[in-house]
Write a protein that binds this ligand. Structure first.
Ligand code: TRP
Length: 453
């Protein structure tokens, strides 16, 4: 690119930007439904352990690679070792798979803003409301179109900065709202406390390999790892900022928001279903089924619901913009495309894939690749449980064995001594690669129904 690489301003600039990309639907929509489905407390425990060891090491590696090379993923991998150039491309493919279905969910969020905004809380709280809604062919497509259209427009016009400013104001409000809704549920609803216990008490009998598979996929997704994003962020990071401290701040923030979102949703599931396992296993629709019931019981629930979904909308929009931006800048760099045609290409691709995803709930509902519930779950699985582990594996092998962890140490030491040297080396060299292969194999065996994990 002809433009010169700018830097984030100030000490907090990097952390805010990285956290802004990290916090999104992954925290609010994805984390709670996985935690509900995969055993509650045990999922939470596995997730946190993975985040502070594995997630920490991988994020440190990616940021250091970016800052050291000053390049984004494709260029960085090529520069470090030509044989690993394909990892850059692989990493670049992942946002392209995520963006379309992310926008489908963004569309659901918009629908809910409209619903609460027009005082429909009571209707939306109906048991079958959301599953019936998904069966409609036209409307979800229209909302998806609006969401991806808006994302594209912002990327084409290059007005991301404005949106980021808005979202910086929205984010704290969102956190306060999530906290308020959790407290309301726990205090006001009988049975909710059992949900809290389910969520925070690890029950080891619920542990299975799939708990770890799901937790690892979620870690990649939520922290925007294994898709080149953090490499790009690193390339913009100033040299006098400590990578280690920044990661701690990003992790605390990202995991904190996810934890609170779980605390908002899981107790509510218990309150409304009496701890019924089936309700816990709702999957991707969990938030959209549970929250309207909560809002319906609240005084002023329509307004609170609308405001809540507006905040979620902004969190989702900043993430979808950054997903699209990543793909567009790769097309600009690699294919020398101009911004508008590149954005239109991404838009066209997303329309097709996202359109198919919407139809997966009605016209194409019998298409169940790998036996997964629907096409949304399928695209989510391909990116999070297959491609991201592969990209992460090669990143770990490159850093651990080809370059050696020492290669990044001087970079990691800039801006403050890197204290977790041993943890970093051991994780990147031995634990991460072995662990990722084990997880990858088990998730594939499970998906093909060869072994039930
Ligand atoms: N981490 C984001 C979330 O939690 C989703 C996401 C994954 C993302 N990869 C990304 C966002 C890349 C921006 C850029 O919702």
């Amino acid at each position: 690119m002809d433009q010169k690489r700018s830097s984030f301003t100030g000490k907090i600039g990097f952390v805010l930007a990285a956290a802004g990309s990290a916090v999104g639907l992954g925290n609010i929509w994805r984390f709670p439904y996985l935690a509900a489905k995969y055993g509650g407390g045990i999922f939470l425990l596995v997730y946190i352990i993975l985040a502070v060891t594995f997630g920490f090491a991988l994020m440190a590696a990616e940021i250091a690679i970016g800052r050291k090379t000053g390049l984004s993923a494709i260029g960085a991998f090529k520069k470090l070792d030509r044989r690993f150039a394909f990892v850059g491309y692989l990493a670049a493919l992942i946002p392209a798979i995520i963006l379309p279905y992310y926008s489908v969910i963004g569309g659901w969020v918009m629908k809910y803003i409209a619903g609460f905004g027009t005082g429909q809380a009571h209707v939306m709280a109906g048991d079958k409301y959301f599953s019936e809604y998904l069966k409609i062919v036209g409307e979800p497509l229209v909302w998806f179109l609006l969401f991806i259209g808006l994302t594209s427009l912002i990327v084409m016009l290059g007005v991301e900065k404005g949106i980021e400013k808005v979202s910086k104001v929205m984010m704290p409000i969102l956190v306060v709202l999530i906290l308020g809704i959790s407290i309301y549920t726990i205090v006001a609803m009988p049975g909710a406390v059992d949900g809290v216990l389910y969520y925070i008490t690890p029950d080891f009998s619920k542990f299975s390999v799939m708990t770890v598979v799901a937790a690892m996929g979620q870690l990649f997704y939520s922290m925007s790892l294994a898709m080149g994003i953090m490499i790009t962020f690193g390339s913009y990071m100033k040299k006098d900022i400590s990578i280690e401290k920044s990661i701690h701040q990003i992790e605390i923030f990202d995991t904190g928001v996810a934890f609170l979102a779980g605390l908002m949703i899981i107790p509510a599931v218990f309150a409304f279903s009496g701890g019924n396992e089936e309700a816990l296993g709702k999957g991707p629709t969990l938030m959209f089924v549970t929250l309207p019931k909560v809002f319906d019981t609240m005084p002023g629930g329509n307004i609170i619901g609308a405001v809540f979904f507006i905040m979620v909308f902004f969190a989702a929009l900043t993430s979808s913009i950054s997903l699209m931006e990543t793909i567009v800048s790769i097309l600009q760099d690699k294919l020398r495309m101009k911004r508008i045609p590149a954005s239109l290409a991404v838009l066209g691709f997303s329309l097709v894939l996202g359109g198919i995803t919407c139809l997966g709930f009605n016209v194409l509902k019998d298409v169940k690749p790998l036996g997964l519930d629907d096409l949304l779950t399928f695209f989510d699985f391909i990116s999070n449980s297959i491609l991201m582990p592969i990209a992460a594996f090669f990143t770990a092998v490159l850093v651990g064995f080809v370059l050696k962890p020492e290669y990044l140490m001087d970079e990691l030491d800039l801006g403050g001594k890197f204290k977790a040297k041993r943890l970093f080396s051991v994780m990147i060299k031995y634990i991460a690669p072995v662990f990722i292969v084990a997880i990858l194999v088990s998730s594939i065996l499970d998906a093909f129904g060869i072994v039930k994990m």
